[in-house]
Design a protein around this ligand. Sequence first.
Ligand code: HPA
Length: 270
Amino acid sequence: MIDKIKATADYLKSKVSEIPQTAIILGTGLGALVDHIEEKKYIPYNEIPNFPVSTVEGHSGNLIFGKLGSTPVIAMQGRFHYYEGYDMKEVTFPVRVFQALGVKKLYVSNAAGGMNKEFRVGDVMVITDHINLFPENPLRGRNNPDLGPRFPAMTEAYSKRLCKAAFEVAAQKGIRLMSGVYVGTPGPTFETPAEYEYFRIIGGDAVGMSTVPEVIVANHAGMEVFGVSVITDLGGKDVTEVPSHEEVQKAAESAQPKMMEIIKALVALN
Ligand code: HPA
């Protein structure tokens, strides 16, 4: 595993002149943030040694090196989902590669279903915490102390500093910004009405099929993490609309300028 991570990191180092300390994972329908990255260098996943290849419609699959404002960044256009059949080590492999490259900050985004009754479709939610309902933890197995501690704390899995800064940016720019707890599920089914209710009762505000594995590994790696969910559909016992992948993509695309403004401002803070 370590050898693979190192080989991939070495390959990427040979491809770019400057290695960023900030990485961004772009979720479903949220890939347009890359339009704001300048001096872009695209590296398709299928050219990167040891990288899994993305399979889902709407997830294009490139690593993009460039600058967001004046900050060098690496963006993942498309991520690897557990529901696609990848195991947890594959899902989180890119985060390990970022770690080997010296990345210190990870920004993650996703499309999610809203359970909080105040949420509306198209809202952006800062993730303040998560509940891991994946059947496996990405850190299961022998721990390599060079990568991180055996029992990492998850007390501040999402940076309080960056959450606070996000609300300052939103207030300045007049963006309606929500915050809440993200429930990570394996998917690929959307929830039954009873499941949305249950996730609300256990403390969730939004639910999705990603992010939690990458955030666990990023914390293990000592990175500072900022996460946002774009609310693409609402769930609960009084909701009759049926979520679909197309709708999720459309709602994410329409909300993405707001998300982009926030991420761009936070990345500039350093
Ligand atoms: N449930 C799970 N994942 C999702 C949803 C949802 O309602 N919306 C977007 N991703």
